[in-house]
Design a protein around this ligand. Structure first.
Ligand SMILES: NC(=O)c1ccc[n+]([C@@H]2O[C@H](COP(=O)([O-])OP(=O)(O)OC[C@H]3O[C@@H](n4cnc5c(N)ncnc54)[C@H](OP(=O)(O)O)[C@@H]3O)[C@@H](O)[C@H]2O)c1
Length: 418
């Protein structure tokens, strides 16, 4: 019933805005390209050259990918705070200086910058989509000597792009990271995936546990999820060949409860922005929103890196949630006039207000998309691994939301009321 209503909304949007405006994630379905099966077989030459343990209690050097992104900036900060390691950041840039500037800019953007944190960073210009990260043989060998653990967080994060376009960075990039980690001195790999991989299946899923991963035969999802599924397969095969590895699956990530500094490229915040811009919210405020703060995700990953874990997959989730109604209430409390408006009317307003920004239109219906098929995610294994660490996910509270609204207002992503 809810799913029918949701599909009807999708059709309405498509009729109004054209066939390509809805990200596949909203549909949740997609044909699996034939190359996915072959991509998911790890090159037989990628085998660790020796046995090493997973826990690296005093890492000297950590290779981090994706440090210029949202979660990556929080990982730089957590690694600097929780270890003494030099943080080697692989960054797309013309040279080391430009790479350092990009990491510094990300730390500033997410309010994590400090001179001591940046001083821990060794920038490396490189690209995941290029064999050997595009480094010279000499730099690659030096990196292999200096690094004793890898955090592979970098990815092209785009739910609207096809698998073929994401494949080089997300699939070949992960294979390159595993090849590097299996080299002369093997290094444990911490791979950042997403909880959505576990429910990217044609099977109805009501609960997603850390043991769940769809088989190729039942796999479905957008290009981004397919790429993440392949990445998990490659990491799991490397682990089966003896490489110590952990797959960290965060749920939808938000900023720190202290600053609310988050990436805006997320359907949830796009939906909030859309509602504010058109002056109305969709019905169905009983949908639940679940966001996991990035500082908790980063700290939990670093804890596992240092202390190890007996399990391959960790779920990083918020056990608490918030009703969408509460989100709208907090916006009204700030002075936004946000009546509940029928979804078709909201879409029409969006069409008038933002004809070139169709993502806004698609984002609106995600409010309803959250309800059908939303699976309960469990994290027992992660809880066991973090027991005694003092780490706990901060709850979803109005204050957490307010910090984000403050941050997005400061950055100009959200307008000021009135
Ligand atoms: N945000 C979430 O809610 C969420 C939830 C679950 C899982 N995740 C996972 O968390 C990780 C980080 O996501 P995010 O939200 O922080 O995304 P993001 O802000 O878009 O950051 C992605 C990072 O990956 C880098 N990257 C992309 N292509 C690259 C390439 N070819 N070579 C080198 N680096 C490349 C980007 O570098 P450039 O700056 O050069 O583009 C950027 O630093 C991803 O693996 C994502 O799947 C995120």
């Amino acid at each position: 019933m809810v799913r029918d209503r949701f599909e009807a909304r999708l059709r309405t949007i498509e009729e109004m805005a054209g066939p390509n405006v809805i990200p596949d994630r909203a549909r949740g379905q997609g044909a699996v390209p034939p190359e996915v099966g072959a991509d998911a077989r790890l090159d037989p030459s990628i085998v660790p050259s020796a046995r090493v343990g997973l826990a690296v209690s005093e890492p000297r050097g950590v290779l981090l990918t994706g440090a210029t992104g949202f979660l990556g900036a929080y990982l730089v900060h957590a690694l600097a705070e929780r270890t003494e390691a030099r943080i080697y950041c692989l960054v797309r840039a013309a040279d080391r200086e430009a790479a350092r500037d990009r990491v510094a800019a990300a730390l500033r953007r997410y309010r994590l910058w400090s001179a001591p944190t940046l001083a821990r960073v060794t920038p490396l210009a490189g690209d995941l989509a290029v064999p050997g990260f595009g480094s010279t043989a000499r730099d690659y060998a030096a990196l292999a000597r200096e690094v004793d653990v890898v955090v592979h967080n970098g990815a092209r994060v785009n739910h609207a792009e096809p698998y073929a376009r994401l494949r080089a960075a997300n699939v070949s990039g992960t294979a390159e990271v595993l090849r590097f980690a299996c080299g002369a001195t093997p290094k444990p790999v911490h791979f950042v995936s997403t909880t959505s991989v576990a429910s990217a299946t044609t099977r109805p899923v009501s609960t997603v546990s850390e043991a769940d991963r769809p088989t190729l035969a039942e796999l479905t999802g957008n290009g981004y999820l397919l790429g993440k599924w392949v990445g998990e397969e490659l990491v799991a095969q490397a682990a089966a060949r003896g490489l110590p590895a952990v797959i960290h699956r965060p749920d939808r990530v938000c900023g720190s409860p202290r600053t609310g500094a988050a990436g805006p490229d997320d359907a949830f915040w796009t939906m909030v922005r859309a509602a504010v811009h058109v002056g109305g919210v969709p019905p169905g405020g009983d949908a639940e929103v679940r966001l996991v703060p990035a500082d908790y995700v980063a700290a939990a990953l670093v804890h596992t890196l240092v202390h190890g874990t007996p399990t391959l997959v960790h779920h990083l989730i918020n056990p608490t949630s918030m009703r969408l109604d509460t989100v709208w209430e907090r916006l009204r409390h700030r002075g936004f006039d946000l009546p509940t408006v029928p979804a078709e009317e909201l879409v029409a307003r969006l069409q008038r207000a933002a004809t070139t920004d169709h993502v806004l239109a698609a984002a609106l219906i995600l409010a309803e998309g959250a309800a059908p098929g939303a699976a309960r995610i469990t994290a027992e294994r992660t809880a066991a691994a973090l027991a005694g660490s003092g780490l706990a996910c901060p709850p979803m509270t109005p204050a957490l939301l307010d910090r984000h609204l403050d941050y997005f207002t400061d950055t100009g992503f959200l307008p000021r009321p009135g």
